[in-house]
Design a protein around this ligand. Sequence first.
Ligand code: SAM
Length: 320
Amino acid sequence: MSRLPPDVPAAHQSPVNTGSEDTATPERAVRAGALYVVATPIGNLGDLSPRARDVLAGVDRIAAEDTRTTGVLLAHCGLRRPLVALHEHNEDRIAEALIAAVARGESLALVSDAGTPLVSDPGYALVRAARAQGVPVYAVPGPCAVIAALSICGLATDRFTFAGFLPSKSSARRARLQEFLHEPRTVIVYESAHRIGDSLADLVAVLGEQRQICLAREISKRFEESITASAAAVLAWQTADAHRSLGEFVLVIEGVAAATDDANAERVLRLLLGELSPSRAARLAAEITGAPRKQLYELALRAGASNQNQGENEDNDAPK
Ligand code: SAM
């Protein structure tokens, strides 16, 4: 047990995970009188971590968003555990009682249908109740569609914000998208299959055709695919194939600072291209703006650089 400063209430102390000794064996995976928030796969069952399985095997009870869905997961693992349904319609009502049982010594795991509980999923009232009653809460980290999409999108990851689901009505959705007009951080939203086309059209209308976005679909599943391009290009890609209106979607939207940086680098490059060869213009624009030289060089070639200053020798220093 760690020593905490005296001003930290005992109710908020959590036993410290000391590493291998706490994670080694199934029988040691679970402590009595604790709540475990367990992430489960978002598509590929192989993504359930060994520790998640051990915790599910070791707890007295599992609170599940849908007991049938979790039953399938447990059967896949060869497990049978007592389940209790905890969903958005009963969570507020039963959270206190569930945590009271944990306070008396029961060990409880919380799972949702897929991914990390509480991320656009039930569990908030349960974790709040645990904190309020001084019950230790442990994370069993794992799949989460927000983080999975962020990790593959190729947009800035140093600062990001998750905005849940976009509203279902177009007027409210456009108002929400307006909030992202000047958002400097990368924005991640969830979207459902039957709204993805309309939402992309609204996104183009509000944030413009040129905003870079990533659309990731069916992450970790058989038909996983994703694209990062301008909003207009992603909309065209999505509408080009009826299959792309099926499944589960995450939308990642580039922050304005990055978009502005790109636009500025492009503006400088275009100015220089009036006077210099593509390689020299790209090198100078990279020095001025800090943008990657190779990216600017490719842009210069695409822009159909003027041949005026494009001596053969000059381009020998093209970025490799
Ligand atoms: N708690 C979950 C998590 O950690 O990702 C999210 C639950 S939320 C109710 C379900 C939404 O997450 C879907 O509508 C979709 O936007 C996104 N999502 C879940 N699984 C996904 C997947 N395999 N591929 C893409 N998006 C997914």
